[in-house]
Ligand binder design. Structure first.
Ligand code: ATP
Length: 292
């Protein structure tokens, strides 16, 4: 499995309802339009890795009524052999979008929180020669996955999104790569000013490759006391959903393919800029040929 990224990641179904206003207590509200599609940080990042030309095996779980999601991942170039089905509900998000473009979301973890320890241990052991184990924070057994990977000597990359308090209890200093946005970094080190953030991350993470993403202000790589700033690629932002996932997938695919960290960062920035210039999340992720 060398050269391959193993991604323990969420698979969500997004149900998007256009509404004149968010539904009020006791109200039944007719939606003006409806759309559904594949989402979830895990699925998005797997698609981004595959779109960047990387090899990725996705480990996850989805409801048996939604096997189309597995098919869609497979068509995007993701190895889906470690995706299981369950009789329970898939992870899903019920998203209201109002006339101002604001959204209100109910998120149900569903199958994403049904990963079992026995199978996880077997899968990690069988894939211990993967180049990298990638995780976000939308699946259960995150601490156990990280611990098992450490025991197996499998390098780990973590994008701790969405951030929760327990993330700071994990042995983050043993990560190969940590990718955080400003809010996530602030929750880890207790400040959100860029200079202080960089200083705190630099002193806390002496070995881990840390990438701090700053939206339209670009990204900063902090590795072994070196700091490298990468500007964002200027674009007209249409929909920034999924920018982070595109960036994570492209960056890690670059690193695993042997590109320098700096080159991987610039390529990830170009890919993320294309993603924000188009509507949607998973469907906005560009392929490698679109970058050239
Ligand atoms: P999201 O949760 O919206 O997917 P995020 O908060 O995880 O994103 P950001 O820091 O917002 O991540 O964005 C990741 C990268 O995407 C940035 O470092 C930058 O390279 C690119 N990017 C984000 N927003 C813009 C923008 N408006 N213009 C150009 N590039 C952008």
């Amino acid at each position: 499995m060398s050269g391959r990224i193993l991604n323990i990641g969420s698979i969500n179904i997004d149900y998007v309802y256009r509404v004149p206003h968010f539904v009020q207590p006791g109200e039944t509200l007719a939606s003006q339009s409806f759309a559904s599609g594949l989402g979830g940080k895990g699925a998005n990042q797997s698609v981004a890795i595959a779109s960047a030309g990387g090899q990725v095996t996705h480990l996850g779980k989805v409801g048996s009524a939604d096997t189309w999601a597995i098919e869609q991942l497979s068509q995007a170039g993701v190895d889906t052999s470690l995706i299981e089905t369950t009789t329970g509900a898939s992870g899903h998000a019920i998203i209201q979008v109002d006339d101002q473009g604001e959204n209100a979301i109910v998120l149900h973890a569903g199958a994403n929180h049904e990963l079992g320890l026995t199978r996880l241990r077997a899968a990690l052991t069988a894939n211990r020669d993967a180049k990298l184990l990638l995780m976000q924070n939308e699946c259960n057994l995150l601490a156990e996955s990280l611990q098992l990977a450490i025991e197996l000597g499998l390098p780990c990359a973590l994008n701790p999104a969405p951030m929760t308090r327990d993330i700071n209890q994990l042995p983050l200093e043993s990560l190969d790569t940590l990718i955080v946005n400003r809010g996530e970094a602030a929750a880890l080190v207790g400040t959100d000013q860029t200079d202080k953030l960089v200083g705190e991350l630099k002193s806390r993470f002496t070995q881990t490759r840390v990438v701090l993403t700053l939206g339209g202000a670009g990204s900063i790589l902090i590795h072994k006391q070196q700091v490298y700033e990468c500007p964002a690629v200027a674009t007209e932002a249409v929909d920034t959903t999924g920018a982070g996932d595109t960036f994570v997938g492209y960056f890690l695919a670059g690193v695993v393919a042997g590109m320098s960290d700096q080159d991987s960062l610039h390529r990830a920035s170009r890919a993320a800029a294309i993603a924000v210039s188009r509507p949607g999340a998973i469907n906005a992720i560009p392929t490698l040929t679109e970058l050239n």
